[in-house]
Design a protein. Structure first.
Length: 190
């Protein structure tokens, strides 16, 4: 849906009465994405605090390095676009780390199940954003698509490390997805 259309698409061209305007929409996107990448960094920090060594920990460390680069890009956009950052940063600091540590304490496969659940939600989230951004925001849209490809890779890495064999996988996955969707809702607005 982000491919070439016969005429250039404009960001928020399909907005309805009551929807945020173009500028506010883009600011909200940057706010929630910066918060999300920060949360991802904290989740992996929590996991690494528990996991120690091994092939799982190495995979987590590689994913965490990529999240650092995503976060740096959104930190820069926050400044360039004069976006008010999320007021809930202290909450993401604590809950991100706690989620990572708690799942890793359940075992490496549960930590991987956490990554799969979070990345599935982020994949949908970035896809929705890329669709909403027009050709007037092509650079931002391309960046989001690039990061989305990384998040899909993270999900695949976690699946390859046995995520689906985690104890109570459907329950764990459902709870983390619900929490991630709530976090997105909150960080878009607050
Ligand atoms: Fe990321
Ligand atoms: Fe990721």
């Amino acid at each position: 849906m982000t491919g070439k259309s016969p005429h250039p698409r404009r960001t928020a061209e399909r907005r309805r009465p009551g929807d945020p305007d173009r500028e506010e929409l883009v600011k909200r996107m940057i706010r929630v994405d910066q918060a999300g990448e920060y949360g991802a960094k904290r989740i992996y920090a929590g996991q690494l605090a528990v996991l120690g060594r091994g092939s799982g920990a190495d995979a987590v460390r590689k994913m965490a390095e990529q999240e650092e680069r995503h976060l740096a890009a959104f930190d820069q956009l926050i400044v360039e676009r004069r976006v008010r950052p999320t007021a809930l940063q202290p909450l993401w600091y604590v809950t991100g780390f706690a989620l990572g540590a708690a799942t890793a304490l359940l075992g490496e496969r549960a930590a991987m199940a956490c990554t799969v659940a979070v990345e599935e939600v982020i994949d949908e989230h970035y896809a929705r954003q890329a669709t909403a951004l027009g050709d007037d925001e092509a650079a931002l849209r391309e960046r989001i698509e690039e990061f989305r490809a990384h998040e899909i890779e993270h999900k695949e890495t976690a699946l390859a490390h046995g995520a689906e064999a985690a104890p109570a996988y459907p329950l764990l996955s459902g709870a983390i997805k619900a929490a991630s969707r709530l976090a997105i809702w909150l960080a878009t607005r607050i």
